[in-house]
Ligand binder design. Structure first.
Ligand SMILES: *[C@@H]1O[C@H](CO)[C@@H](O)[C@H](O)[C@H]1NC(C)=O
Ligand SMILES: *[C@@H]1O[C@H](CO)[C@@H](O)[C@H](O)[C@H]1NC(C)=O
Ligand SMILES: *[C@@H]1O[C@H](CO)[C@@H](O)[C@H](O)[C@H]1NC(C)=O
Ligand SMILES: *[C@@H]1O[C@H](CO)[C@@H](O)[C@H](O)[C@H]1NC(C)=O
Ligand SMILES: *[C@@H]1O[C@H](CO)[C@@H](O)[C@H](O)[C@H]1NC(C)=O
Ligand SMILES: *[C@@H]1O[C@H](CO)[C@@H](O)[C@H](O)[C@H]1NC(C)=O
Ligand SMILES: *[C@@H]1O[C@H](CO)[C@@H](O)[C@H](O)[C@H]1NC(C)=O
Ligand SMILES: *[C@@H]1O[C@H](CO)[C@@H](O)[C@H](O)[C@H]1NC(C)=O
Ligand SMILES: *[C@@H]1O[C@H](CO)[C@@H](O)[C@H](O)[C@H]1NC(C)=O
Ligand SMILES: *[C@@H]1O[C@H](CO)[C@@H](O)[C@H](O)[C@H]1NC(C)=O
Ligand SMILES: *[C@@H]1O[C@H](CO)[C@@H](O)[C@H](O)[C@H]1NC(C)=O
Ligand SMILES: *[C@@H]1O[C@H](CO)[C@@H](O)[C@H](O)[C@H]1NC(C)=O
Length: 812
C-alpha cells in the first residue's frame, strides 16, 4: 500500500507545498480580520516546523473567538425517545478530531470537529508517552504510521518487543517531548485518504485539546498499550492522574483491565468515566489472562471497574465479510445495559473500501442502524467523521422515505431508477425509486436493430447485461466511435429485441473498485413501453432520456423519435405534463417540439466546455430545463472543489431550471471537501450552488435529505437536538492550503446545436414497432472486427483500484 504515496512523491509534493505556502504567506499581509478560522489555520501552516507553544496559545484564543462568534451548534433539549443507557442522544466521539478530512489529532482536525459537530462532541486522543514521560496524541505504537519521522529521521528507528513480538519501528519512548513537538509533523495515517496535508501540522499533547474545543466539548483519552510503557519504566497511570488534575478528562479508555483499575484508585477528579476497550474477541487481555470474549460474557465484573465498553461496531451489527450484508443484531447492547454499562462503538468511517450494501453507501444510514431498532441504542460513536455522526443523530433520526410526486421540489430524478441498489432500468429499480421518494423516474432510451425502444444504462450492453455470458453474441462486438466510449462494445443496435429479451440485467458499478449490491441477477430487460405502463400508474413524473438520437436517426436509420412517440401514444401519455423529454441533440428536441407538447430538457454531456449567455439563450429556445454534468457546476481538480462558478445563475437569469447529474453515494465519487458525505454534497448543491434538482443513482438518499428535521429552523425549535447541516465553501480548502490542483484546461464554448440540421420529417411517428414481435428484419450480423471485448472489470485488486480511482478519477 505504501507504493501509492511513495517517499519520492511525498518529498516532491511537500517541497512544492512549502514553496507555495511561503509565497502565499508573503502576499498575505492583509488577511481579512473577519475570517478567523482561516487565519488560525494559516497560522498553523506558517509556523511549522518552528512550533512554539505561544503560537498554539494564540491559535486557541482565535479559536475561542471563532466558536463564540460562529456559534453554529446550539444544544436544545433532550429527545426522550433515545433508548441509550441514560436516555440522552448517543455521544459523538471524534477520533483525533475530523480525522477523515485532516491528519488525525492535529489542530485543524480538532477545531473542525468541535466547530461543526454537536456541542458535546468528545475530542479523542490516543495517548503515548515520550522518553521524558510527556504525553502525546498519536495512534499506533510505530510513529512512522502517522508522522513524518521515517521521512525526516530514518536513522531513529529501533526494535522493541511489542506484546511479545519483536518490532522494528519508531517509538516515542526513544524520543524526548521537545524533539517530537518541534521536529515531527503529522501525516495522513489512512492511505485511502489523500496526503494533501502531510507535513503541515505539528504533533499535539493532550493538554492542547481544551484549547481547540468549545466550552461544551468533552475529552476522551485512550491508553492503548500502557503495559508497553511500563515495561520501559514509564508510568502511564501516574501521567494520566496528573493530567486529570490539570484538565477535565471526561473519559479514559484502555484495553487493559489492570490499568483501568489502577488509574481510578486515587484519581484526583470524580468526573471521569472509565471505559474498557474491547479488542479482537479471541485476543487475550494481559492482566487477567482472559480473552475479550470471556470478559464480554461477564458484564457484571466489568461493571466493577468500568462504566462502559468500547467495542468494534461489528460486535453489535455483524457484517458477513463474504457477502457484504448485515447479519442479525447481537444482544450486546441490551446485555451491557442490563449490567449498567454504556456501549460505545468504534470503526465508524464514511470511506470504507468494502462497504456494507445495506447502507447504500450512505454513512448516515449506518449511524441510524444503531439507533433505530426498537431495542437498545448505542451510547456513542467513535468516528473519523464527527460531522456526519452529528447530522445523523440530530437531523435524520425520525426520517423515513416517503413517496413524493412529480410536483415536489427540488426535483429528485432517478438515474435508471434506484440504480445504486438494484440493476438499473429494471422494474425492481423503478419500484424502489418510487418508494424511496424520487419525483421523476427515468428511462435511458436505447434502440434495438429492429426499432424497439428499450431502457438501458448505455447502448453498450456489456456494461449492464449478462450478454458476455452468451458466447454466440460475441461476434457482434464492434467499435462505433459515435457512441464515444472509445472502446469496442456490444451495442443494442446490433441485436434484435427478441435476442435482447433473453438477456438479464446486471448491476452496473460506475465507480471503479467499488462494487454495488450484486444480489439481483435475474431481472428482465424492459422496453420503453413496459416502463411507461409501469410509470403511468405511479404518482411520480416520467423522464425519457434519448441517447444518441441524432446519430441513430441520421446515420443508422432508426427512428427513435417515432418509437418514443408511439410508445407514449400507446400508453395514453401523449402530451402529458408528467412527461419530460431529454436529449443532448438540439435537432431531436426540435423535432419533438413539432410533434408533441411535453416538458423538454437539454442535456449537456461534455463537462469540459464553457457556457455563456449566448449558449443559455440557445438552450432556452429548446428546453425548459438544462441538465448539467456535476463537474460543470462544481468544478473540481484533484478531487478538490475550486471556486464556485456562476453557471447556475446564468441559466436562472433566463428562467431555465438546472438539474445536476449524476449524484453517487460512493465516497470516491464525492469531492474530498464533502467529508465523504453524500448529505453534505446535497446540502451544498441545493443551497450554495442553488441547483433545482439532482439526477441521482440513489434517489432515496436525496429524498431522506429533503425530509430531515434540520432543514427548517421552525421545526427545529420544536424537536430535540438542533444542528445546522454543514455546507462547504467551494475552493476554501484549496485556498487555505494552496493544495495541488491542476490548471483547468482552456475551455471551448459549448456547441449547443453541434451543427445539426433538422431531422427529416419523413421519419414520422408510428413505425412498426410492436415490442416482442419476433423476427429480426434487417438483422445481418457482420463478423467481429478485430476488437477485443472490453468486458466488465474483474473484481481483483479491488483495493488498489479504489485507491487509484481516488487519485485519477475522483469526481467525474
Ligand atoms: C432535558 O432533561 C433534563 C433531565 O431530565 C431536564 O432537566 C431538562 O429540562 C430537559 N430539557 C428539555 C429542553 O426538555
Ligand atoms: C522507512 O521507510 C523506508 C522507505 O520507505 C522503508 O523501507 C522502511 O521499512 C521504513 N521503516 C519503518 C520502520 O517503517
Ligand atoms: C465529585 O466531587 C465533588 C467535590 O470533590 C463533590 O462535590 C461531588 O459530589 C462529587 N460528585 C460525585 C458524583 O461523586
Ligand atoms: C481469532 O479468530 C480468528 C477468526 O475467528 C482466527 O482467524 C484467528 O486465528 C484467531 N486468533 C487467535 C490468536 O486465536
Ligand atoms: C493464561 O491462560 C492459559 C490457558 O488459559 C495458560 O496456559 C497460561 O499459562 C496462562 N498464562 C498466565 C500468565 O497465567
Ligand atoms: C452495428 O451497427 C452499426 C450501425 O448500423 C454498424 O456500423 C456495425 O457494423 C454493426 N456492428 C456489427 C457487429 O454488426
Ligand atoms: C395515437 O394513436 C391513435 C390510435 O391509437 C391514433 O389515432 C393517433 O393518430 C396516434 N397519434 C399519434 C400522434 O401518433
Ligand atoms: C400543443 O398544445 C397546443 C395548445 O394546447 C396546441 O395548439 C398544439 O397543437 C399542440 N401541439 C402538438 C404538437 O400537439
Ligand atoms: C472566487 O470567486 C469570487 C467571486 O466570484 C472572487 O471574488 C474570488 O476572487 C475568487 N477566488 C479565487 C481564488 O479565484
Ligand atoms: C420546510 O419548509 C418548507 C416550506 O415552509 C416545507 O415545504 C417543507 O415541507 C418543510 N420541510 C420539512 C422537512 O419540514
Ligand atoms: C422522534 O420520534 C420519537 C418517537 O417516535 C419522538 O419521541 C421524538 O420526539 C422524535 N424526535 C424528533 C427529533 O423528531
Ligand atoms: C458546432 O459544431 C459543428 C459540427 O462540428 C460545426 O460545424 C459548427 O461550426 C460548430 N459551431 C460553433 C459555434 O462552433
Amino acid at each position: 500500500m505504501r507504493l501509492l504515496w511513495s517517499l519520492d512523491l511525498y518529498l516532491k509534493r511537500n517541497l512544492v507545498l512549502l514553496v507555495l505556502v511561503l509565497a502565499w504567506l508573503e502576499k498575505c499581509s492583509a488577511i481579512s480580520n473577519s475570517d478567523k478560522f482561516l487565519e488560525m489555520l494559516r497560522l498553523e501552516a506558517g509556523s511549522f516546523p518552528n512550533a512554539r507553544l505561544q503560537q498554539i496559545k494564540e491559535g486557541s484564543a482565535i479559536q475561542r473567538q471563532l466558536v463564540s462568534s460562529v456559534s453554529r451548534r446550539i444544544l436544545a433539549g433532550n429527545d426522550s425517545a433515545w433508548n441509550t443507557l441514560d436516555g440522552s442522544p448517543p455521544l459523538v466521539i471524534a477520533r483525533g478530531g475530523s480525522s477523515g478530512l485532516f491528519p488525525d489529532q492535529t489542530l485543524p482536525a480538532y477545531v473542525f470537529a468541535s466547530a461543526f459537530s454537536l456541542p458535546n462532541t468528545a475530542l479523542f486522543c490516543d495517548l503515548q508517552l515520550t522518553k521524558d514521560g510527556v504525553g502525546i496524541c498519536r495512534t499506533g505504537i510505530d510513529l512512522a504510521d502517522s508522522t513524518s519521522i521515517n521521512i525526516s529521521y530514518p536513522e531513529l528507528s529501533s526494535k522493541y518487543n511489542v506484546s511479545g513480538v519483536p518490532t522494528q519501528g519508531f517509538f516515542s519512548i526513544d524520543l524526548t517531548a521537545s524533539f517530537v513537538l518541534q521536529n515531527l509533523s503529522a501525516i495522513q495515517a489512512n492511505l485511502a485518504r489523500p496526503p494533501f496535508f502531510n507535513g503541515h501540522f505539528r504533533i499535539l499533547q493532550p493538554t492542547d485539546l481544551p484549547n481547540f474545543g468549545q466550552n461544551t466539548s468533552l475529552f476522551w483519552l485512550n491508553a492503548e498499550s500502557p503495559s508497553f510503557f511500563s515495561e520501559h519504566e514509564l508510568n502511564m497511570s501516574s501521567y494520566v492522574q496528573s493530567l486529570m488534575a490539570d484538565m477535565p478528562v471526561d473519559f479514559i479508555s484502555a484495553p487493559d483491565v489492570a490499568f483501568l483499575q489502577g488509574v481510578q484508585t486515587g484519581a484526583p477528579s470524580n468526573i471521569t468515566k472509565f471505559v474498557l476497550k474491547i479488542r479482537g474477541l479471541n485476543e487475550t487481555e494481559a492482566s487477567t489472562n482472559l480473552t475479550y470474549e470471556t470478559l464480554l460474557k461477564n458484564f457484571s465484573t466489568v461493571a466493577t471497574y468500568a462504566s462502559g465498553i468500547l467495542v468494534p461496531k461489528e460486535y453489535i451489527w455483524p457484517v458477513d465479510i463474504e457477502t457484504g450484508y448485515l447479519g442479525i443484531e447481537s444482544t450486546l447492547i441490551a446485555d451491557a445495559h442490563a449490567a449498567g454499562l454504556a456501549v460505545y462503538g468504534y470503526d465508524f468511517i464514511n470511506d470504507p473500501l468494502t462497504p456494507t450494501y445495506n447502507y447504500s453507501f450512505d454513512p448516515v444510514r449506518e449511524y441510524l442502524q444503531f439507533v433505530t431498532s426498537t431495542g437498545h441504542h448505542i451510547d456513542g460513536f467513535l468516528t473519523d467523521f464527527p460531522t456526519t455522526a452529528s447530522e445523523a443523530i440530530a437531523c435524520f433520526r425520525n426520517t423515513t422515505s416517503t413517496t413524493r410526486t412529480s410536483g415536489s421540489k427540488p426535483y429528485v430524478i432517478s438515474h435508471n431508477g434506484d440504480s445504486g441498489n438494484y440493476p438499473g432500468c429494471t422494474i425492481l429499480a423503478y419500484e424502489s425509486a418510487v418508494r424511496g421518494g424520487a419525483t421523476y423516474i427515468d428511462c435511458s432510451v436505447q434502440m434495438t436493430s429492429d426499432g424497439v425502444a428499450i431502457c438501458r444504462e448505455s447502448p453498450n450492453l456489456l456494461l449492464s447485461t449478462d450478454v458476455s455470458t452468451h458466447s454466440n453474441f460475441m461476434s457482434l462486438v464492434s467499435s462505433i466511435p459515435q457512441f464515444g466510449d472509445g472502446n469496442a462494445g456490444l451495442y443494442s443496435i446490433n441485436m434484435t429485441w427478441a435476442q435482447i429479451q433473453g438477456l438479464k440485467a446486471l448491476m452496473f458499478s460506475p465507480t471503479k473498485g467499488i462494487q454495488r449490491n450484486p444480489a439481483y441477477k435475474e431481472e428482465s430487460i424492459i422496453t420503453l413501453a413496459e416502463f411507461l405502463n409501469y410509470a403511468k400508474n405511479t404518482s411520480v413524473g416520467i423522464l425519457i432520456d434519448i441517447q444518441f438520437g441524432y446519430f441513430l436517426e441520421t446515420e443508422v436509420g432508426l427512428d427513435v423519435v417515432g418509437a418514443v412517440l408511439t410508445s407514449l401514444n400507446e400508453t395514453g401519455l401523449t402530451d402529458s405534463e408528467r412527461v419530460m423529454i431529454q436529449s443532448e441533440d438540439s435537432a431531436v428536441l426540435t423535432r419533438f417540439q413539432e410533434l408533441s407538447n411535453h416538458t423538454f430538457v437539454y442535456k449537456v454531456v461534455d463537462s469540459n466546455v464553457s457556457v455563456t449567455e449566448t449558449e443559455v439563450t440557445q438552450i432556452k429556445s429548446l428546453a425548459n430545463f438544462v441538465r448539467l454534468p456535476r463537474a460543470l457546476v462544481q468544478v473540481a481538480s484533484n478531487s478538490l472543489l475550486l471556486n464556485k462558478t456562476d453557471i447556475v445563475n446564468l441559466f436562472h437569469a433566463q428562467n431555465v431550471s438546472v438539474f445536476v447529474s449524476y449524484l453517487r453515494n460512493e465516497f470516491v465519487a464525492i469531492p474530498f471537501d464533502y467529508n465523504a458525505d453524500p448529505t453534505m454534497e446535497l446540502n451544498t448543491l441545493l443551497n450554495v450552488y442553488e441547483v433545482d434538482g439532482v439526477v441521482t443513482d440513489f434517489p432515496a438518499t436525496a429524498s431522506y435529505y429533503l425530509s430531515n428535521t434540520c432543514l427548517n429552523s421552525t421545526t427545529q425549535a420544536t424537536t430535540g437536538l438542533q444542528y445546522k447541516l454543514e455546507t462547504v465553501n467551494p475552493g476554501e480548502l484549496v485556498t487555505i492550503w494552496s493544495l495541488p490542483v491542476q490548471n483547468v484546461t482552456p475551455q471551448t464554448p459549448l456547441n449547443v446545436t453541434k451543427g445539426q440540421t433538422n431531422l427529416p420529417s419523413s421519419l414520422n411517428p408510428s413505425p412498426s414497432t410492436s415490442p416482442g414481435s419476433g423476427e429480426a428484419p434487417g438483422m445481418s450480423p457482420s463478423p467481429s472486427r478485430s476488437a477485443t471485448p472490453s468486458l466488465i472489470q474483474p473484481n481483483i485488486a479491488l483495493l488498489l483500484a479504489a485507491l487509484v480511482v481516488i487519485i485519477t478519477n475522483h469526481c467525474k
